[in-house]
Write a protein that binds this ligand. Structure first.
Ligand code: IPE
Ligand code: MG
Length: 221
């Protein structure tokens, strides 16, 4: 149980509105147990449920999970198909509960590269959970932050060309996941392999965040 951490979070007050996690370590988790890699990915599904439950309990409004990157398409075909299969299985298994819990699922990334079954599953979960009002769950699948920025830049350029928007100078800095959004984000690096993640870990991260001073480039008064 993690109620001790949750009470401390409530005492501290401000909870981050948006928590984003890179799901990583499934392969290492499996290797540590002499299991085939797909079993690590399967164990990772349980961690998704943990993270969702923890986010709901803590009152996080947006949970973004980096599940599969554009670069991950370079993995062996057998691993990719195991992952796609798990995605479909996850959706079939979780959609009713997510809907019941008020979780709205959004899938970010280039879904045109997904196999038809996986793509249909993604569209189904978005459709069936769209009115969830407690938590937005962003699943980044076939996602690339550079691709997202390039697309945003293209759409903006199109609007400028059409005269919908005027050009104003802006700036962005690059790093890798959610490049744009991470500019002043508090980062929390954990050694926990994704399949081992529990809501306690999520709560620890929130507590760590609550102990920080966010200055956004200013100095303390
Ligand atoms: C994360 O675990 C899952 C995906 C990227 C799909 P990894 O598969 O990257 O696990 P490690 O890094 O080999 O342990
Ligand atoms: Mg990895």
């Amino acid at each position: 149980m993690a109620d001790d951490l949750l009470s401390q979070i409530r005492l501290n007050g401000a909870v981050p509105r948006h928590v984003a996690v890179i799901m990583d370590g499934n392969g290492r988790w499996a290797r540590e147990r002499n299991l085939p890699r797909p079993l690590g990915h399967r164990a990772g599904m349980k961690a998704v449920r943990e993270a969702v439950e923890g986010a709901l309990e803590a009152g996080v409004e947006v949970l973004t999970l980096f599940a599969f990157s554009e670069e991950n398409w370079q993995r062996p075909a057998a691993e990719i198909s195991a992952l796609m299969q798990l995605l479909e299985e996850y959706i079939a298994r979780e959609v009713a509960e997510l809907r019941h819990q008020g979780v709205a699922v959004h899938v970010l990334g280039d879904r045109t590269r997904l196999a038809p079954g996986a793509r249909a599953a993604v569209e189904r979960i978005e459709r069936e959970t769209y009115d969830g009002a407690r938590l937005a769950l962003n699943l980044c699948i076939s996602y690339s932050s550079r691709g997202e920025l390039a697309r945003a830049a293209r759409l903006l350029a199109e609007e400028v060309l059409k005269g919908v928007k005027r050009l104003e100078a802006g700036e962005c800095r690059l790093s890798n996941f959610l490049l744009w959004q991470l500019a002043y984000t508090e980062l929390y690096i954990t050694p926990v392999l994704w399949p081992d993640l529990t809501r306690r870990d999520l709560f620890q991260a929130i507590l760590d965040y609550q102990g920080r001073e966010r200055r956004f480039g200013r100095i303390t008064a």
